[in-house]
Design a protein. Structure first.
Length: 228
């Protein structure tokens, strides 16, 4: 990006349990977008959202049916939640987000228009906590897990997130899925290593769906199905 054509304003800055979290507004040639930065590392912004929506769309296509339950790991800028809330076939939508600040930004804050006020949907339950711990400790199963808590299996911002992509973490994901349930994992780049890890963990129909970007490697969604 050419910073000479953009202006950046810090909207909020907070110290969370895992470090500093910042919400910025960037104005680029008259176009406004919001960015989330954690510990100085860019996580996501509101400029696109196609891959975040695909994270929810792809499992639904694979599942079919209605009255389905979905866990969204990571609220982010809200595109995945908005996509889920717009689809009546999701009967229950659970969001796990570890940063209180991000939840606040969606409850009447600057990001609520991107999540389409979905936190007010009666199907939506928000859990403030660590996704890895929830997957390990929860006594519940879901039809789909849609996970986007980092930049992907090969590029984690927080060291503790590495465990999500480990054999133990993938075993926890499988345990949280109902038979025939779908795991979807967002990544900023494709990972053949992670595809193999999914197969090794017992997932079937493993595939990677790419979403081309203007520059660089595509964003992707990795999919795997728990055997019925």
């Amino acid at each position: 990006m050419d910073d000479t054509t953009s202006a950046v304003t810090v909207i909020d800055r907070r110290e969370g349990p895992y470090g500093e979290v910042v919400l910025r507004r960037r104005l680029v040639e008259g176009t406004e977008r919001y960015e989330i930065i954690e510990n100085g590392c860019f996580l996501m912004d509101t400029s696109d959202g196609r891959s975040e929506r695909l994270l929810v769309q792809a499992p639904l296509r694979a599942l079919g049916g209605a009255g389905l339950s979905v866990l969204i790991g990571g609220l982010g800028v809200g595109f995945s939640l908005a996509e889920a809330a717009a689809e009546p076939r999701w009967g229950a939508i659970t969001v796990v987000e570890r940063e209180r600040s991000v939840i606040d930004w969606h409850r009447g804050g600057p990001l609520d228009r991107f999540s389409a006020h979905a936190l007010d949907d009666p199907r939506v339950t928000v859990i403030g906590g660590d996704l890895v711990s929830h997957l390990r400790e929860a006594d519940i199963t879901y039809d789909a897990l849609c996970l986007d808590i980092d930049n992907g299996p090969d590029w984690t911002v927080t060291d503790s997130n590495d465990s999500l992509y480990s054999p133990a973490g993938l075993a926890d994901c499988r345990a949280r899925l109902a038979p025939g349930g779908v795991l979807a994992v967002w990544s900023a780049q494709p990972s053949e290593r992670f595809e193999e890890a999914l197969r090794t963990a017992g997932f079937e129909q493993v595939q990677t769906i790419a979403v081309p970007v203007a520059r660089g490697v595509p964003d992707v969604v990795h999919l795997g199905v728990r055997p019925a």
